[in-house]
Design a protein around this ligand. Sequence first.
Ligand SMILES: [Fe+2]
Length: 134
Amino acid sequence: MGSTQIAWSEAMEIGHPRIDQQHKKLFAIADMLVNDGDHMRVMAILASLSEYVQVHFREEETLLAELGYPDLAAHKQAHDAFRTRLAKLYANAGGMLLGRIADEVRVLVNDWLANHILVTDRDYAKYLKPPAKE
Ligand SMILES: [Fe+2]
């Protein structure tokens, strides 16, 4: 308990400061969740994780639309799949043991989300405008 189990890594950097910040925050919330031993708090953290995932995906989808990213539809579908899985977990978590909730969150964030950032998000990085020169 208390040690970092779910962590963003530099390999996941997209190069868009706001998006990178949001990705980091998602990992931080998930890490807080798997390290908490109180069911009520875990439910509250799961609620804020779900809420922040919505905020982040919405913002990312808006950004991709602005960039004219050609694979936006497929990217949105991937986000929807994650939204559905997270909503299902939240719906069931009230009756689940903490260890199982933590396992599910590890799979969702450490596996699914990490892989999504490394592969699917990485693909739109080339459409980002380079930072303005001073
Ligand atoms: Fe994404």
